[in-house]
Design a protein around this ligand. Sequence first.
Ligand code: F6P
Length: 321
Amino acid sequence: MAIKRIGVLTTGGDSPGMNAAIRTVVRYGIYNKLEVWGVFRGWWGLINEELKPFDHRSVSGIINQGGTILKTARCPEFKTEEGMKRAYETLKKYNIEGIIIIGGNGSFTAGYEFYKKYKIPCIGVSATIDNDVNGIEMTFGVDTALNTALDALDKIRDTATSMERIFVVEVMGRESGFIALNVALAGGCEEVIIPERQYNLETICHDIVEGNLRGKISWIIVLAEGAGSAEDIAQRIREMTDLETRAITLGHIQRGGRPTALSRRLAILFAKEAVDCLIHGESVKAIGLKKGEITKVDFEMAIQKKIWDVEGLYKMVKILT
Ligand code: F6P
């Protein structure tokens, strides 16, 4: 029997383009004769029955907005048996036969556990600024976050060069160095420290001092938040080099703002594919971009630690410095 009613939720950290994805699920779903229900605050909304039917106009005027009109949350309660059971009961009560999860790999892990227990079809739309969904080259939102971080970094470079200082710039990524490494590459930075690679601060300081002797005084070191704290590393560099070093943390500005054209385009195409998947009876698949194509990856693979070319990119950062 054809699926009639679906739910859509955003969960985990927000990612620019989520609204464009919600709008697509709603309007493309309605175009395909589905009833689409919006679930608020991610899994929390399923547990607490915070959901309502959406129509064409529910998603008017949101395509260019960052954040998510559905709100999002991290929901430890959904990891409990009781939480999952309540979410399932809500879905049954409202006759929702499939869900579209807009989020990252933590969201898909939760969705996968839920599916294994209750067999409610669910499809993931890869949305995270961390770009850490395994098997997928690009999630949506990461392009906007990269551009936001790069814009800040370019500005920092102006003052770093003018005042001949060392800067440690902390970007987001608790377990992922994707933003850090790519911003360092695109921003022409001297060094990058990420969770995926071991680093030696003494070697870095040695290079700084050597450079300093040759007349190279300003340095930008990009740091992923999961690899340390900017303040702490700046302090240690100060102590080891005796050079003026400043720390700056970009933080949550990287998650906000108007989604770029690429983030919106990917959000729209992933969300369309997710609706098609539910219509065709598919489940536990994450949608993302791979080799320029919209691709489906089984949740089982998507939630593994992401494999990507860390060493190749790091080498390029260093060669081009
Ligand atoms: O959504 C991903 C992310 O932005 C990570 O890069 C970061 O470590 C984390 O979320 C921060 O989460 P929160 O806003 O819940 O502190």
